[in-house]
Design a protein around this ligand. Sequence first.
Ligand code: FE2
Length: 282
Amino acid sequence: MFTALENCLPTEQDAAFFKENGYWVSPVIFSPDELSEIVEHQDKMYHGDYETGREPICNWLEGRDHPRSLRKTDNSHWSDLTLRKVATDPTIGAIAGKLLGAESIRLFHDQLLYKPGRATAKETANVGWHQDYVYWQCCMEPTLVTAWVAFTDVDLSNGCMQVVPRSNQWGLLSVNNFFEQNLEKQRDMMDIPANEKFETVPLVMKAGQVSFHHALTIHGSGPNTTDHARRSMAVHLMSGETRYRSTEKGDGHFNAQMMKGKDGERFQGENWPVLYPAGSVD
Ligand SMILES: [Fe+2]
């Protein structure tokens, strides 16, 4: 059985920082050997080479999709066992449990991400400012956190993620769009509380580090101007107490589709594997 790396877990101070600011960055969790295997398996996905024989929910495919676009694959863990190990990593689960103060953590879904290099003015593959919870209205409360696993070193030059500290305390805001390219315009239109400031912090990380942000934390990212792709996985996690609610807007999410008819019930079962406590099963 896999266990969490004790030296990577957040201290009480770290958890307090997360509660206040809505983000936290872990030490290196994945070794260079693990990362090269992960990257190899990421590339297999783009050739439609699915180890388990099961297709992900959506995928970017070589020869079919635009080479300059942001590649986003939902639920790569259905298709590939190496990527599944990342999405269900026990250290990531234990960290999420400590940051959320939750007794158990389940996978909500994963998103494999690839931001191509050499961005031009027209094709930036930016990720607009957004709060993840706006896309998760099928969850009754924002008891979710995203673990963003860097497969390559990330900084502003290759479009690392940027977060807005304290925005996790501002509630759900009106301007939210993952696909918006004009980050400046979006920022000006945002209706933030009077006594708060919109400041951004770039999450500069080494490959193998993992950043965590709360479901209400505003985040986005700029262009990748380097020659190399920015590679990562966003592992969306929820506390084991998270319940499904049926709403017109939220029911478009594939997780809602799998919960149809179960309004008010917790997300449970093999579609949402338990990461923490490690070794738990339904
Ligand atoms: Fe996001």
